[in-house]
Structure formats: C-alpha cells, structure tokens
Write a protein that binds this ligand. Structure first.
Ligand code: ATP
Length: 241
C-alpha cells in the first residue's frame, strides 16, 4: 500500500512547552491507524497538524503526497474534532447540508450522501430537530456524519465514540471497517478505549509528545509482554517514567 500520511520530525511548542517532539510516523493507504496515549500526551495536537488546522513549529506533514496545509486536500479529508463544532440553532439536517455544501457534489449525490451519513449514525429520524435539543451523544453522531458526508478518502476521527452507547459504537466500528475494506479508506482514530484500539490495523503509543512504539496490536502485546492492550498501555507508562 502507498503511504497516505507521512509525518517527518513534526514539532509543536506552545510558549516554552514542547507538546510534540520530532514525531515521525507513516500511515499506509487503506489502514485503520489508532493513536493511544494518556490525556495531554499530544494526540489532538498531532491530528490537528495532519488536518492542517494548526501549524507545526518544525517538521512537515504530507497527505496523499501533498504538503499540508493545501486547499486541495479539503475534499480528501474528513475530520471529526473532539469538541463538536455545530450550529445549535439549525436542525441536524441544516447542519449536514451546510457542511456538505462546502464540497463539490451535485444535487443527486448530495441527497444520497446526506441519507447515507444520517443513517450510518442512526440520526435519520432526528434530523428535523434543532441541534440545541440534541444530547451529547447525538451531537457526536452528527459530527461523525458531517466528517463522512463528502466521501473523503481519509478520515481523521478524534475520540469519535465518546458518549455513544455500546450498540451504536459497535455498528459505527463495523462501518469504519467496511469503509476500509470495500473502499480502501485510510482512517486515523484517537481513542482511550482499548477494545477500539484492538480493532485498528496498527497503533502508535503516544507519550509526552513522542511516539513510544508503533505496531499491530499483537506486535505491541508481544513487545511489552502484555496479554492485552490495557497491559501495553500501563507497561509503556511505567517505562516512560
Ligand atoms: N492552544 C494551546 N495552547 C497551549 N497549550 C496547549 C494548546 N493546545 C494543547 N495544549 C497542550 O498540549 C498538550 C497536549 O494536548 P492534546 O490536546 O494534544 O492532548 P491529547 O493527547 O489529545 O489529550 P486528550 O486525550 O485529553 O484529548 C497538553 O498539555 C495541552 O495542555
């Protein structure tokens, strides 16, 4: 598989604090790649640099062979931020339509994509309600639908299933795996949920702005002598102290 995302010596400092320290990472096309690590380790900062909504202090990100930021990449990337950026006074449908209108799509495709995205997150029957009346989980689901609506080649999802019940979580993951298998999408997910990390093809363990280890779930378990990823996470933490 071709490299979809290439990160070279990426650094980010806020004031005097180094939040990312010369991170190198390659993500192949068509893989589900998980970023796991403690709160504050730099996962969100890293994905924001990949999307191009924050600029690095050093180093470089390339997506599909183009250096980020690049306007032409907007069509190729679907981003779901950790905090929902929605218009509360608009309905779910109006929010979806608004974000979809930012992309190149004809009316037929637009209608099809709106229906697909709403169905995927099981919001079809709630689309007429104002987002102000949505629960936290419904807002997360709408944000995920927005990230998917323009059928991007790359999905970058920052804690996509927080506040979503286990049944829907499972169905969203099944769909992500289908998108990868059938359409070769590249998907980056940050998560604190180890059974979600287990579903990724490869994982990077992020600690204090660096990447401690990268590998398949099984490779990481073997490397840390752990029976599950929970154990890998804890072992990695001890090693980093
Ligand atoms: N705009 C900012 N200004 C100053 N510090 C920041 C800014 N954004 C992030 N940080 C700091 O960078 C560090 C990494 O934050 P980041 O949100 O990337 O962590 P994270 O791994 O995504 O955490 P979580 O799992 O809680 O989402 C934290 O110490 C955070 O306080």
């Amino acid at each position: 598989m071709d490299t979809s995302i290439s990160i070279n010596k990426l650094s980010k400092t806020f004031g005097k604090t180094a939040v990312l320290k010369e991170v190198d990472l390659q993500v192949a096309g068509g893989e589900i790649f998980g970023l796991i690590g403690p709160s504050g380790s730099g996962k969100t900062t890293l994905v924001k640099m990949i999307v191009g909504i924050d600029s690095p202090s050093g180093g470089m990100v390339e997506v599909l062979g183009k250096q980020v930021p690049n306007l032409s990449l907007l069509q190729d990337i679907g981003y779901m931020a950790q905090s929902d950026a929605l218009y509360p006074e608009l309905t779910g449908r109006e929010n979806l339509r608004f974000f979809a209108s930012l992309y190149k799509m004809n009316q037929v495709l637009l209608k099809e994509r709106l229906a697909y995205a709403a169905d995927l997150v099981q919001l079809t029957d709630e689309l007429g309600k104002k987002v102000a009346a949505y629960s936290g989980g419904m807002k997360r689901r709408l944000s995920l639908a927005i990230a998917l609506v323009h059928d991007p080649q790359i999905l970058i999802l920052d804690e996509p299933t927080v506040g979503i019940d286990p049944e829907l979580r499972l169905s969203i993951w099944n769909e992500l795996m289908l998108l990868k298998r059938q359409q070769g999408k590249t998907i980056i997910v940050t998560t604190h949920v180890m059974d979600e990390a287990e579903k990724c093809d490869r994982i990077a363990m992020v600690r204090e702005g660096g990447i401690l280890a990268t590998g398949t779930p099984d490779e990481l378990k073997a490397a840390y002598g752990a029976v599950d990823l929970e154990g890998v996470f804890l072992q990695a933490g001890r090693g980093a102290q």
